[in-house]
Design a protein around this ligand. Structure first.
Ligand code: ATP
Ligand code: MG
Ligand code: MG
Ligand code: MG
Length: 467
């Protein structure tokens, strides 16, 4: 019997609960007091102050399934969606944490035991990486766990050395990979083919053991800590005997729902995967209080919605469709996230309004783009075309880039930036698609002003929906 994604999430929580971990609910995708990140992108985000020692909790071990978005900022997987089997804009990160409690050996043992005994993954399909200088981790894997030395790969890049910022807690990581089989293209971690879909990273164990000083020196932390993250969709794929995250139960249901709504029976269509991915990030972002806008978080949301809409149009959708998927998503994930069900009408309305707006210019923009492609000399879409698509038709640059990639073309980003800059200098004109969503969408909750944050240099006002 194969486990459903929902059951796998619960199995993880139960396992660590049994081992003394406090279950902690997922935090919002909008980080509460952290101006340094755009969206919550890892399970540890909500525990940052606990790791730093600035906040005390009544427990020293925690477990969570954290909703994450990696569609902007330091971690941006938007451009990977539709192209790799393992990346989403929205995903759930399962994690166990030790705040000065257990350390390296126990963390490695927990992870290995969970995978090989609780989930019964075949040991021979697993391989691990350690930070090149971390002989301690290497020895634990080899001697205590019994992983053959040739399956422990030393990596000397920042991929295996994690830090919270330029200063503060940091330390080496050890990652666990699963081999999906030689019939799939890709090579082991550290090899030139590692970005293929054969060897998939499933779990990252971070050993926080130093406190990095402003002068670059590393002081050992008095109480080292553990932060881990495992992608729920990736472990589901393995347990459900499929090789792509998009083939797991949850995604198959969303893909089928998308196909019905868009009116296609080509279930293998890449665009369906993109739409199934994007409905999750867009719905959860709105659920957590982000509204489409022209800057900061809201602009990321707008970009993702427009990208999904373009893919629907490409498959022949001839009516507003994206918001209709919220119901299917609520059915899939509403039990784990009841707020999704509560907010369903709001989410639908926001997505519908955004699509209605964009659909007015999408067809004309695509027509212009196709004319350009037909006449294109060379392999690069010129900056002024990208700018016109952006400025007149509301095409975010990554959307144009998505079309370009489908045609094996590049985009002239520098040319686009120059055109943007020229426009900024001409005037700070009123935005062409600056609908005021707060007027159109009545939010049934009180909104709470949480202040100004500086997101990657852009000051913006964030309003969070308070429960
Ligand atoms: P990758 O190298 O595959 O991009 P990562 O090293 O960026 O992954 P981490 O930051 O180590 O990922 O996050 C911990 C875990 O979260 C990963 O091991 C993976 O299982 C999962 N994960 C990371 N990014 C994504 C994503 N975009 N979609 C789905 N799962 C993800
Ligand atoms: Mg990544
Ligand atoms: Mg990685
Ligand atoms: Mg990693």
């Amino acid at each position: 019997m194969t486990l459903s994604t929902a059951e796998i999430r619960q199995t993880f929580i139960d396992y660590f609960k049994k081992h003394g971990h406090q279950p902690v609910a997922s935090s919002s995708l909008v980080p509460a007091d952290d101006p340094t990140i755009l969206f919550t992108n890892a399970g540890m985000n909500q525990f940052k102050d606990v790791f730093l020692g600035a906040e005390k909790r009544s427990y020293t071990r925690a477990v969570s399934s954290q909703r994450c978005v990696r569609a902007g900022g330091k971690h941006n997987d938007l451009e990977n969606v539709g192209y790799t089997a393992r990346h989403h804009t929205f995903f759930e990160m399962l994690g166990n944490f030790s705040f000065g409690d257990y350390f390296k050996k126990q963390a490695i043992t927990f992870a290995w035991t969970f995978l090989t005994e609780e989930l019964k993954l075949p040991k021979e399909k697993l391989l691990v990486t350690v930070f090149a200088e971390d002989d301690e981790a290497f020895a634990i894997w080899e001697n205590d766990i019994g992983v053959p030395a040739e399956k422990i790969i030393r990596i000397n890049t920042s991929d295996n050395f994690w830090s919270m910022g330029d200063t503060g807690p940091c330390g080496p990581c050890s990652e666990i990979f699963y081999d999906h089989g030689e019939h799939i293209w890709g090579g082991p971690p550290g090899s030139p083919e590692e970005d293929g879909d054969r060897f998939i990273e499933i779990w990252n164990l971070v050993f926080m053991q130093y406190n990095k000083q402003a002068d670059g020196s590393m002081e050992p932390l008095p109480k080292p800590s553990i932060d881990t993250g495992m992608g729920l969709e990736r472990i589901s794929a393995i347990l459900q005997n499929v090789h792509s995250n998009y083939e797991i139960d949850l995604f198959q249901n969303l893909i089928k729902a998308s196909a019905d709504i868009v009116g296609t029976d080509d279930l293998e269509n890449k665009s369906l995967r993109v739409i199934a991915d994007h409905i999750r990030s867009c719905s959860f972002l709105v659920c957590d209080g982000v509204m489409p806008s022209n800057e900061g978080r809201g602009y990321v949301l707008r970009r993702v919605i427009r990208r999904a809409v373009r893919h629907g149009y490409k498959m022949g959708a001839n009516d507003i469709f994206f918001y209709k998927l919220v119901a299917a998503l609520a059915k899939e994930m509403g039990q784990a996230y009841p707020e999704l069900v509560d907010q369903q009408p709001v989410i639908e309305k926001v997505l519908r309004v955004e699509e209605e707006q964009f659909s007015k210019t999408l067809a004309r923009g695509m027509a212009m783009l196709h004319d350009t492609l037909a006449e294109l000399d060379g392999d690069t879409i010129p900056g002024d075309v990208i700018f016109k698509l952006y400025d007149t038709y509301g095409f975010p640059v990554d959307l144009t880039n998505d079309v370009a990639r489908e045609h094996d073309l590049k985009i002239d980003e520098a040319g686009f930036e120059a055109a943007m800059q020229a426009q900024r200098e001409r005037a700070q004109q009123a935005s062409q698609f600056g609908a005021n969503y707060n007027d159109m969408v009545k939010i049934e909750h009180q909104t709470q002003f949480t202040g100004y944050v500086d997101v990657e240099g852009e000051a913006e006002v964030i309003e969070l929906i308070a429960d």
